[in-house]
Design a protein around this ligand. Structure first.
Ligand code: PLP
Ligand code: TYF
Length: 395
């Protein structure tokens, strides 16, 4: 049987991570996979996470199974963090999932269960794993214009035009903040326009929120999600704690499904529990419990927020430095968008051969579409990258 299996396409981002590891050069720079790194290149365990883990080790008395939906306190705490009361709690069903990837997967599963004909509309480009999972599941998918290559900002006219053709009941997948891979985001006004188009077309939003706290702050980064969830009858939200709590490998995420009427929530919740059971029964608990401990303890929460804010401001500073350095070297504002983008990523708009030269000639690794992870830089490597970009473009 197993001899019938064919090679599967590798995840390009994860393959790049391996190439970087295998590169023997000392002066290499990793701007590939979306993992936060501090100036020393370390992905630290956040202080509040360490402390919450210490408390858990001391106080946890059982590792017996949780419920199929995971710990209800985790769902409550996350719903509060993300929606802050904009949607009545009794309209929200939620399950803990293995990371944001698990939340996306279970969200797509829920869509398929409810309406197998629904098409998933996704931004062009989007996180490659969205496309890979949708293809694997055999779900109908179509892209809407999102990124304007010329300005490296959102092609909003194109986006609205494409969303204007969405069929009733289709799903529109949106990034809650810090768009991956482009770094280009909607303004609050544009979000309002998207809401009116969604309503006009009778479409259902699904929001992938993987970077709350990495862009403009915890509340500001939830604003798009709150506006959309607050305005629409139905909404799915796939949230990840990997980045903002730095618990990547603990696989911590939450899928929320908001119904039009509170009376529907029980059945929706039952279906979501069912989906967890079909896939893995009980979702991972450790990361979820760490997150809950932090969110519910005022001191731990304040410390987590302070550390997250340092991380966010550090990335913003690197953006400004890189945009400034490139402005100086190119004597133009071509790269000013780097300071406008938010989150971990910016798509620079470099052709593949330039990305390739950056890697081979300069040991600088970014994804083939010229997406760079801003957190892979530090004060010393910003000028190195800027100079390398200018050289690689000229070569
Ligand atoms: N969605 C987006 C847009 C992402 O960039 C990521 C990546 O980390 C995820 C979801 C899921 O992350 P995880 O499964 O590690 O929580
Ligand atoms: O886009 C990224 O780099 C992150 C991390 O299959 C990631 O979202 C990349 C690929 C993948 C899972 C996570």
């Amino acid at each position: 049987m197993l001899e019938t299996l064919k090679e599967q396409p590798a995840d390009k981002i994860l393959a790049l991570m391996q190439m970087y590891k295998d590169d023997p050069r000392d002066l290499k720079v990793d701007l590939g996979v979306g993992v936060y790194k501090n100036a020393e290149g370390v992905t630290p365990v956040m202080r509040a996470v360490k402390e919450a883990e210490r408390r858990l080790v001391e106080t946890q008395e059982t590792k017996a199974y949780t419920g199929l939906a995971g710990d209800p306190e985790f769902a409550d705490a996350m719903i509060d963090l993300i929606l802050d009361g904009t949607v009545a709690r009794d309209r929200i069903a939620a399950i803990a999932t293995p990371g944001g990837t698990g939340a996306c997967r279970q969200g797509f599963e829920l869509v398929r269960l409810a309406n197998p004909d629904a098409k998933i509309w996704h931004s062009d480009p989007t996180w490659p794993n969205h496309l890979s999972i949708l293809k694997f599941m055999g779900m109908p998918a179509q892209s809407y214009r999102y990124f304007d290559e010329a300005t490296a900002l959102v092609d909003f006219d194109g986006m609205v035009e494409d969303l204007g053709t969405v069929a009733k009941g289709d799903i529109v997948l949106l990034h809650g903040c810090c768009h991956n891979p482009t770094g280009a985001n909607l303004t609050a006004e544009q979000v309002e326009k998207v809401i009116s188009v969604l309503k006009e077309r009778d479409a259902i939003p699904m929001i992938d929120l993987a970077y709350q706290g990495f862009g403009d702050g915890l509340d500001a980064d939830a604003a798009t999600t709150r506006a959309i969830a607050g305005a629409m009858d139905e909404c799915l939200i796939a949230a990840s704690c990997s980045k903002n709590f730095g618990v990547y490998r603990e696989r911590t995420g939450l899928l929320m499904a908001i119904s039009a009427e509170a009376g529907q929530t029980k059945t929706v919740q039952g279906n979501m529990n069912y989906l967890n059971r079909q896939n893995y029964s009980f979702p991972p608990d450790h990361g979820a419990r760490v997150v809950t401990t932090i969110l519910k303890d005022p001191d731990l929460r304040a410390d987590w927020e302070a550390e997250l804010e340092e991380v966010r401001l550090g990335m913003l500073e690197l953006r400004k430095q890189l945009a400034g350095e490139l402005a100086r070297l190119t004597n133009s504002d071509r790269y000013a968008f780097i300071a406008e983008h938010r989150g971990m990523f910016s798509r620079l708009g470099l052709p593949p051969e330039v990305v390739e030269r950056l890697r081979t000639d300069h040991g600088i690794y970014m994804v083939g579409d010229s997406r760079m992870n801003i957190a892979g830089l530090n004060e010393k490597t910003v000028p190195v990258l800027a100079k390398a970009i200018v050289e690689a473009e000229k070569a």
